[in-house]
Design a protein around this ligand. Structure first.
Ligand code: GDP
Length: 194
């Protein structure tokens, strides 16, 4: 199905979140993991541009996806990137205080898409996030970015290491460059859309 994307708003505070409506899908990952590129490849340049606008990089940016009859089907929320330069003890130490409550309490949050870079060793901050989502019993899927940079062999090995270290059964390898893995990711999104 083809969706039309509509930017809803940037929230710097829980009071600014859009009223919960259709299922929401959150995109999470460390800075530089390839989140803007992925959103760009999925829903068009508008989304990535908005999210990299100064002042909006610390915000949660909300996008509505509309079907061909302009009915809202799903909302994507783009969360600020975390822990690039140094590994923080807690995600909450770096993230604005409203992000953990968002993950814990947002009632229409249907799926969290956690991005991990397939080109680098497992990161403690990613493990912390995954552990947190498990603890909160939030449905999530882990996506391995920049898969095009690696040979099939190395990619397979790296995915195995990431699965083991993050204690998860599945990582969907994707590439914003080649479009690899995108149909699988869309399937997961459509499965939770109204
Ligand atoms: P963000 O900080 O998570 O939004 O990351 P960006 O989307 O800005 O990407 C960070 C860097 O990784 C940029 O230099 C991108 O060109 C590069 N990148 C992102 N996705 C891919 C990908 O799928 N393949 C390759 N080869 N490079 C990528």
């Amino acid at each position: 199905m083809r969706y039309q994307t509509k930017f809803l708003l940037s929230a710097l505070d829980a009071n600014q979140f859009p009223a919960p409506s259709v299922p929401e899908i959150a995109f999470l990952g460390r800075s530089n993991v390839g989140k803007s590129s992925l959103l760009n490849a999925m829903v068009g340049e508008k989304a990535a541009k908005v999210s990299s606008t100064p002042g909006r990089t610390r915000a949660i940016n909300f996008f509505q996806l509309l079907d061909e009859k302009e009915r809202p089907r799903v909302v994507l929320s783009d969360l600020p990137g975390y822990g690039y330069a140094k590994i923080s003890k807690s995600i909450s130490a770096e993230w604005p205080k409203f992000i953990e409550p968002y993950l814990a309490e947002r009632e229409n949050l249907a799926l969290c898409v956690c991005l991990v870079d397939t080109n680098i060793p497992p990161q403690a901050s990613d493990s912390q996030l995954i552990h947190y989502l498990k603890e909160m019993q939030r449905p999530f899927v882990v996506v391995g970015t920049k898969a095009d940079r690696l040979s099939k062999n190395v990619l397979g090995k790296n995915l195995a290491t990431l699965r083991q270290e993050h204690e998860i059964d599945e990582i969907i390898p994707v590439s914003s460059k080649t479009g690899a893995g995108m149909p699988v990711l869309w399937e997961r999104i459509q499965a939770v859309a109204t």
